[in-house]
Design a protein around this ligand. Structure first.
Ligand code: BES
Ligand code: ZN
Length: 460
């Protein structure tokens, strides 16, 4: 009889063809012109799940649909695994910086280039194929499975929490498995111990009722762009700490063994500098780069808008200015508290002649794993067998806001197994996913489901 792993190897070229279909649909959740594409992608995921042998449905929400697939043939004594992923992608712009079109996947130098190749279509697809490999060869899975695929992760999952709350009985699971992150380094797989949370705002500065001649009025009328620039500059002090009063009150240090583990990781500073194309000089004094990324909060301007930015000079005193500002959070910070603190801070620093307004875009709480235990061990074994290297415990600076909510609503433990590589250009032009990780990722997940079942069998 063919084994699931042999099946996955034999069917590899079909898997690639199907992945190409998936990547070709421009499921950009942020833009309404793509609503039809997002819906088409949900249908595509449903058809894949159904084709693999799961019972699959597309559920409408006030936003983009949620796809649920279920296979419960392992029986009430077997563990239930909930696989979460997202089929929406970030906008591909700026298009002129892509070497091949974002929705026409292409392999170059062992990498699949396309928007969503890594974040997260390529990684969600690994699970679909691992499930298919089990069901096609053995007619069954060693665990009960629920697949939950959403189309709004890149816009903050506004409809997923209500959906999960409403269907919590049906989505009940022992373990949540998510592949939407990166490995520590090429050849070094990782299990995540943390994700940062997010509090994301627009800060609007409003001055004169219309744009003004910057000579006729400059020096007399307060300039909202000047004011906002000063406010943005004042968000950090000279040691790189965030200068919002009370911001660090809820920051809890990770356990000493986690910090010790971070120190022992073979971090390649030169490779990191090459990846980002500049020397990484951001962040708080007194912390290593990995500590800054994984265990400390940060604050960044994501966009600035004001005045004349076209060709040449236009002398104008703009009537308003806007900055998109994100705070990445660590336990036990919450987006709600950060908003209160930011508003109080802005009230203190607001200059006269300029009104300030804060608009919340989205938020999510930080997550930290209870590291260790049989589920972690099962995942470690699966990763080690597939990659031929022991996984390291790593943190993550990005956010997957639904993780905390899933754990709370379902009472489940989460495994974050990412297969992208550092520098995969998530959210940037030329996003890629290594073909090697694609193939080993499927193998890991085929093995993971067996390992998770074995755990329960061994525990009796
Ligand atoms: N896949 C990412 C999260 C991620 C990024 C994990 C980099 C590991 C490395 C996810 O799709 C994402 O982009 N999340 C957003 C959340 C936001 C849109 C609410 C983020 O972190 O900005
Ligand atoms: Zn993303």
């Amino acid at each position: 009889m063919t084994s699931p792993l042999e099946f996955a190897r034999a069917e590899r070229s079909r898997f690639y063809r199907e992945l190409w279909e998936f990547l070709r649909i421009p499921s950009v959740s942020a833009k309404s012109e793509h609503d039809g594409d997002v819906e088409r992608t949900a249908d595509w995921v449903r058809d894949q799940l159904a084709g693999a042998g799961l019972e699959a449905q597309v559920h409408a929400t006030p936003g983009h649909p949620v796809v649920v697939g279920e296979w419960r043939g392992a029986g009430a004594d077997a563990p239930t695994v909930l696989i979460y992923g997202h089929y929406d992608v970030q906008p591909p712009e700026p298009l002129d910086l892509w070497e091949s079109p974002p929705f026409e996947p292409e392999v170059r130098d062992g990498r699949i280039y396309a928007r969503g190749a890594a974040d997260d279509k390529g990684q969600l697809f690994l699970h679909l194929k691992a499930l298919e490999a089990h069901l096609a060869t053995r007619g069954q899975l060693p665990v009960n499975v629920v697949v939950l695929a959403e189309g709004e992760e890149e816009v903050g999952s506004p409809n997923l929490v209500p959906f999960v709350a409403e269907h919590r009985e049906r989505l009940q699971a022992d373990t949540v498995v998510i592949s939407d992150s990166a490995m520590f380094a090429p050849g070094t797989p990782s299990l995540l111990f943390s994700l940062r949370g997010l509090a994301y705002f627009e800060i609007h500065a409003m001055g004169p009722s219309t744009d003004l001649h910057s000579g006729a009025y400059g020096g007399a009328v307060a300039n909202p762009a000047n004011a906002l620039a000063k406010i943005v500059a004042g968000l950090h002090d000279e040691t790189g700490r965030i200068a919002v009063s009370g911001f660090y009150d809820d920051v809890a240090d990770p356990p000493p063994e986690v910090l010790e583990g971070i120190r022992r990781l073979p971090f390649d500073a030169d490779e990191y500098a090459r990846e980002v194309g500049t020397s990484p000089a951001g962040g708080e004094e007194g912390y290593s780069l990995l500590e800054r990324l994984w265990t400390r909060p940060c604050c960044d301007v994501n966009g600035l808008l004001s005045g004349y930015t076209g060709e040449g000079a236009k002398t104008v005193l703009p009537s308003s200015a806007m900055a998109k500002v994100s705070f990445r959070l660590v336990p036990d910070q919450t987006p709600e508290r950060v908003r209160e603190l930011l508003e109080a801070h802005l009230e203190r620093v607001a200059p006269s002649g300029v009104a300030l307004k804060v608009v919340e875009l989205h938020g999510g709480r930080p997550w930290r794993a209870a590291v260790g235990g049989p589920v972690f061990d099962a995942a470690s074994r699966a990763l080690e067998q597939a990659f031929g290297a022991r996984p390291v415990l790593a943190g993550e600076g990005g956010s997957i806001p639904i993780v905390v909510e899933l754990e709370e609503l379902l009472g489940a433990e989460t495994l974050l197994l990412g297969f992208a590589l550092p520098g995969a250009n998530m959210h940037a032009p030329n996003e890629w996913f290594a073909t090697d990780c694609f193939e080993k990722g499927i193998e890991t997940l085929v093995r993971l489901y067996d390992e998770l079942a074995g755990r329960r069998a061994k525990l009796g």
